[in-house]
Design a protein around this ligand. Sequence first.
Ligand code: NAD
Length: 259
Amino acid sequence: MDLGLAGKKALVCAASKGLGRSCAMALAQEGVDLVIVARTPGPLEETADQIAKETGVSVQTVAVDITTPEGRKTALALCPTPDILVNNAGGPPPGNFRDWERDDWIAAVDQNMLTPIELIKATVDGMIERRFGRIVNITSSAVKAPIDVLGLSNGARTGLTGFVAGVARTTVQHNVTINNLLPGPFDTDRLKSIVKMRAGAQGMSEEEAAAQLKASNPAGRFGDPDEFGAACAFLCSAKSGFITGQNFLIDGGAYPGTF
Ligand code: NAD
């Protein structure tokens, strides 16, 4: 299928590794020029070089913390009029809500709710004027099936989800869609660190902890980040202008509900 994306421009946040990187790569494979953002210049440049070499598109980099106003300003200065915006950042730490103070909540809301909202605010009206825009927010399966120790993530990401549900219905008439992708367990550095933590806590090897987690998923495995990137590219495609305000769970069937 031709996704109709050749020559478009995307701003992809938190894209030197993991799911953000896979989204960037999948878009580049469709001929989309990229501006990719991550905090650490080394891995970011490496990723940009790999994507550019493999796909031939233009890949520019911005080494900033996207959750800060200065970081967003720098990224938007390099890419003020993206056709595609992929919102992503790290996730908040796990813990017990009794230990969290106001500052912990503000940091989580800043990172996983207000940062994507600010970036949407900065780019959506230009998309509306140009009559093409695709915005994808990487959230979490925890929005649909909350995980108790991830209370900061459950709360902040659900706030974003509620915001998107409203605004996505106002932009679609201009061919600007906003959707959320909800990852379950994908084989990224973040998941590797969770596996390591579980192994330590349960006195088992990392291989055993990973095997246990895989066995608990109906697919019997972790997701491949490329599978996530492909779903993102489709949602960003010219073919998906009638899909907006949706939450797509990509979790190997782990969520047990009918809907
Ligand atoms: P990862 O650790 O593999 O990669 C994260 C990327 O984001 C890196 O490139 C890092 O440099 C960049 N980054 C992090 N914070 C940033 C910031 N403030 N500014 C700029 N760049 C930043 O993580 P991942 O597994 O790809 O996860 C991506 C998102 O998806 C996270 O929010 C995570 O909580 C969520 N998530 C992941 C999984 C999973 O299984 N991997 C499951 C549910 C939710």
